[in-house]
Design a protein around this ligand. Structure first.
Ligand code: CBF
Length: 829
């Protein structure tokens, strides 16, 4: 019997594989006993969760091993998705959905006297990302597995993920995230595939045996990257791909020489510094900080991942010249862009390939996704820092640049301005390496994440690159996985889907279209409303639990959840809330629709204005929520610690989704999609994917306001003075005065001055210019909401037409346009 047959035999006989309820219960008790060392009567909820997680993981491992076996036997191209962030969210619920065993497991644990929901709540969320970009990576690996595409997600196993946010006296307080405190049952450490990564030092030249000049990198230190693997199951398929996250360890845990000299602390110093590398996720969204450790983190995980791919290639008997045929490597933003130089280094220095061959392999390997147009978000590294950490890579980047700029000069004779604009090195002041340029030059495909964003990339941020190689540019609109964001988050709505149109939508979201024919069915609409109300009740419970604020589920839930950032304009919503409050105070009988405004999101710890915006939201809540004259008609809530888990509770309970960024600033947005597919209507600017959502659901079912991206540019060019606009709008003027005079700061006129001054003197994100249009649009929202039948119909149509926004569609486009990969079906062993 061969080893594979032998293990297949064992698998079939095992309680670790079977999906039957009895075998599941036996396995659960077994895990409780043998992995947790507990029995039912004394175990805690955490123990139960761990035992359940291991029981489910065992079933997953069977698929994982089958997948690995299927992949080993064939040579089809594999996608390597390189991302510094993977905001996965808890695994247990999602795994149960994807394996199709949620109901059985609920029953099995129920028969043991346990409640599955309680157990799901025990899981610590791995917050290994800041926001949209990291969450997109998580949706994408779910879709890759669901579409049965061979893929590996590569990233960093941060010991501490995004900070845990609490609100103290109305202010954001950051607390250390400790997601690994109880261990992580979903990962397996694979020390046998560790990689040694060199850092720092210098380079030297030498002559090889064939008398050619070569360069050798002599590093200052070496760190070991240890992979931790988690299985990523596709939805109702046998495929379980791998998420491989790298953790830094020291080459030696203890330096005996130093210890023997009596320096006890010094003996462990190296270990501590090496392991610091993957200690913490940088909590900045869209504002990279030029910190040395950050560049080290980026290089570390990229170097580990490329070496791992070469190990796999070699293991399959492939030659390095065929690297690009085996791997399509996608750069999730510029964070892994150093991969271009690292692959060149490996090919030229380690494998001694001629430059042109190495360059051809490299450019055929990489694809680059840009996620932002904000100039301040484009990563640049000071040359000195770069040289100190990666001396050889800097030399290679210079050489790439020299060759590239030669091509530019030939393409645009005499246009030295263009040469400077395209250069990989920014020479305008202190010299920097421009990572977006490195990624663009080193990739065969570059894409934006929504149509407008891709157009603006071509027109603005990467315009010169587009002029040079237009064929490289693509647009792939983002998407989100319907498994987590519908099946898991909104079970009641999905039950209605199941009864009405069956289950196919979870894999082919376009099938939701079939709901359209029920949009005018009164009984169906009634059930739709009842589900929304139920979801709102649950959300109201969560709100009171987390904030102490009671809200009325019958009021409209008007929600803005996302990172706190000036360009996203949470403060525009705040101005509008104050205006409504003012209206009510001026005329207590004024017709103001009862609304509950729900905000949630984290501000980067060093981003003072964003933190002040949180303070302003909590401050207006403190006034409005307790004003007897308002009689609960308006409530303002700030939900602490927005996360994947919190999102799963918020999206299904929302009536109105606020997507109000200044047009041209939000690359795509993905929260906007989650809201729409959960039946919330959007009030939004013509920005990012809002435009496509509006196109899909129809402008009658979407509330648009504000300037378009082109109008924003025009207005700026014409000279924009926010004070003029504010003076001319009595409502807005009154609002600004209320804040300025200290209504929300107990008379303190200094507290919110930075926000007010910003608005009056700069208004970079043009709140004043869009205010009137936003305000009018909110009146239209009021009118629509009062007409219950109309609102419900709009809500149904939003869901029915949200099929485009599945990440399965996005991934299929990447597979066809960029990666050229095809599915591999996995037989179970
Ligand atoms: O593409 C995914 C998301 O990425 C961001 O969050 C980012 O970090 N650059 C953008 O801000 C979002 O618009 C985008 O949806």
């Amino acid at each position: 019997m061969s080893p594979t047959e032998l293990s297949a035999d064992l698998l079939h006989a095992s309680d670790r594989t079977s999906l039957s309820k009895d075998s599941f219960k036996r396995a659960f008790i077994d895990n409780l006993f043998y992995t947790q060392g507990k029995f039912l009567q004394v175990a805690t909820h955490k123990d139960y969760y761990q035992a359940l997680a291991y029981t489910v993981r065992d079933r997953l491992l069977y698929r994982w091993v089958s997948t690995a076996t299927a992949y080993t036997g064939q040579v089809s191209r594999t996608v390597s998705y390189l991302s510094a962030e993977f905001l996965m969210g808890p695994s247990l619920g999602n795994t149960l959905i994807n394996l199709g065993i949620l109901d059985e497991v609920r029953q099995a644990v129920g028969e043991l006297g346990l409640d599955l929901t309680d157990l799901l709540d025990q899981e610590a969320e791995p917050g290994l990302g800041n926001g949209g970009l990291g969450r997109l990576a998580a949706c994408f690996i779910d879709s890759l597995a669901t579409l049965e595409l061979p893929a590996l997600g590569y990233g960093i196993r941060y010991e501490h993920g995004i900070f845990y946010q609490t609100i103290v006296d109305g202010w954001q307080v950051e607390n250390t995230d400790n997601w690994l405190r109880y261990g992580n049952p979903w990962e397996i450490r694979r020390p046998e595939w560790s990689v040694e990564v060199k850092i720092g030092g210098f380079t030297e030249t030498y002559t090889d045996t064939e008398d050619r000049h070569r360069v050798r990198w002599v590093p200052a230190k070496t760190v070991v990257g240890v992979p931790f693997d988690s299985p990523i199951p596709g939805y109702r398929v046998n495929t379980a791909n791998t998420l491989r996250l790298w953790s830094a360890e020291a080459t030696q845990s203890f330096d005996f020489e130093v210890f023997n000299r009596g320096d006890y602390l010094g003996a462990v110093n190296k270990k501590v510094t090496s392991e610091n590398l993957t200690k913490i996720l940088y909590p900045n969204d869209e504002t990279p900080q030029g910190k040395e450790l950050r560049l080290e983190q980026q290089y570390f995980f990229v170097a580990c991942s490329l070496h791992d791919m070469i190990r796999i290639l070699k293991g399959q008997g492939g030659s390095i010249e065929r690297f690009h045929e085996k791997f399509a490597v996608q750069l999730n933003d510029t964070h892994p862009a150093i991969g271009v130089a690292e692959l060149m280094r490996i090919l030229v220095d380690d494998y001694l390939l001629p430059w042109n061959d190495a360059w051809s392999i490299t450019t055929q390997t990489f694809g680059y996704t840009n996620h932002t147009l904000l100039p301040e978000a484009l990563e640049r590294w000071p040359l000195d820092l770069f040289r100190r950490l990666l001396p050889r890579h800097l030399e290679l980047i210079f050489e790439i640049n020299e060759r590239f700029l030669h091509d530019v000069r030939v393409a645009f004779l005499g246009d030295e301005a263009r040469v400077r604009a395209l250069s990989l090195i920014d020479e305008t002041g202190e010299r920097y390496v421009r990572m977006a340029h490195l990624a663009t030059v080193g990739s065969h495909a570059v894409n934006g994440v929504a149509t407008l964003h891709s157009d603006l990339l071509k027109k603005d941020v990467l315009a010169d690159f587009y002029a040079l190689s237009p064929q490289k540019f693509h647009s792939i609109t983002n998407g989100v996985t319907p498994r987590r964001w519908l099946a898991l988050a909104n079970p009641r709505l999905c039950e209605l889907f199941r009864e009405t149109i069956g289950d196919g939508w979870a894999k082919e979201l376009d099938q939701l279209r079939r709901l359209e024919r029920h949009a005018d069915d009164a009984a169906f609409a009634e059930r739709w409303r009842a589900i929304k109300l139920d979801n709102k009740r649950q959300l109201a419970d969560l709100i009171v639990q987390r904030t102490g604020i009671e809200v009325d589920p019958e009021s409209m839930f008007d929600v803005q959840v996302k990172r706190i950032h000036e360009y996203k304009r949470q403060h525009l919503a705040v101005l509008q809330i104050i205006a409504m409050y003012h209206r009510l105070k001026s005329d207590p009988n004024a017709e103001v629709l009862p609304r509950t405004f729900i905000f949630s999101g984290k501000a980067a710890p060093g981003y003072a204005i964003a933190k002040l915006m949180i303070r302003l939201i909590t401050a207006i809540g403190d006034v409005i929520n307790y004003d007897p004259e308002v009689r609960g008609r308006l409530k303002v809530v700030f939900m602490p610690n927005f996360s994947v888990t919190t999102g799963q509770r918020i999206y299904p309970g929302a009536d109105l989704s606020e997507q109000i960024s200044l047009a041209g600033k939000e690359a795509s947005g993905t929260g906007n999609m989650k809201f729409a597919m959960n039946g919330a209507l959007t009030i939004g600017t013509m920005d990012g994917a809002n435009i496509e959502i509006c196109e899909e659901v129809g402008s009658d079912n979407f509330f648009t306001f504000g300037m378009t991206a082109a109008q924003v540019e025009e207005r700026r060019r014409a000279g924009y003075d926010p004070r003029e606009v504010i003076e001319a709008n009595p409502e807005l003027h009154a609002v600004v005065e209320l804040i300025r005079n200290g209504l929300f700061s107990r008379g303190d006129t200094e507290l919110f001055k930075p926000i007010i001054d910003g608005l009056l003197w700069h208004d970079t994100y043009m709140l004043a210019a869009d205010y009137a249009s936003y305000s009018d649009c909110q009146l239209e929202v009021d009118r629509a909401y009062r007409d219950t039948a109309r609102w419900t119909r709009m809500s149904i149509l939003n869901v029915a037409r949200s099929g485009k926004f599945s990440s399965d569609r996005s991934i299929q486009e990447y597979a066809d346009k960029i990666w050229k990969v095809t599915p591999v079906s996995v037989p179970l062993l």
